[in-house]
Design a protein around this ligand. Structure first.
Ligand SMILES: Cc1cc2nc3c(=O)[nH]c(=O)nc-3n(C[C@H](O)[C@H](O)[C@H](O)COP(=O)(O)O)c2cc1C
Length: 156
């Protein structure tokens, strides 16, 4: 299976660590939105899209990239890291999932975990979620990727 992961990780590299863990399992290449090759994405069996959460949204470098994608088809997943937990009924990943579906992707799962957050005022105390993503988060990311590889329905 050919997989590509498009990841915008601008703050602490938190989301990149999650992407790299998933990539180990999927044998995927991890690229930034600016590095992504549209032909390579079109040929891939599975494309992942992930970033940190900023002011309740995924990073605009990622969402603007997806908005500019041509309509097509393919299998995708979305992932995020954030300082604060998301509401179960309003996951941070949902708007991007919906956008990808409007673009013709079949979105097979979404993943999120907590990660170091130094947004003000948390910066004053060195941030929150200081040790995350931790080994358990990265193991969960690998397990999520393994389920995607198996074709089961992963949502974490
Ligand atoms: C300016 C700023 C705004 C942020 N906004 C949010 C937010 O609205 N909700 C949240 O849970 N985390 C928020 N965070 C924390 C980031 O989502 C978290 O640090 C994330 O792991 C960053 O990912 P990255 O290191 O891959 O860029 C914010 C962080 C910064 C610096």
């Amino acid at each position: 299976m050919k997989a590509v992961i498009v990841c915008a990780s601008v703050s602490h590299g938190n989301t990149r660590r999650v992407a790299d863990s998933m990539a180990q399992v999927l044998g995927a290449k991890v690229v930034s939105p600016e590095q992504a090759d549209l032909a390579e994405l079109a040929e891939a069996d599975l494309v992942g899209f992930g970033s940190g959460v900023f002011y309740q949204r995924l990073h605009p470098r990622l969402t603007d990239f997806v908005k500019a994608l041509p309509t097509g088809r393919g299998r995708a997943f979305v992932f995020a890291t954030s300082g604060l937990p998301e509401l179960p009924l309003a996951p941070f990943t949902r708007p991007l999932v919906q956008l990808l579906e409007r673009k013709g992707f079949e979105v097979d799962g979404n993943f999120s975990c907590r990660a170091l957050d130094t947004m003000a005022p948390f910066r004053l105390v060195g941030g929150i979620q200081k040790q995350r993503p931790n080994a358990g988060d990265l193991a969960a990311a690998r397990a999520f990727a393994a389920r995607l590889q198996d074709g089961r329905e992963p949502t974490l």
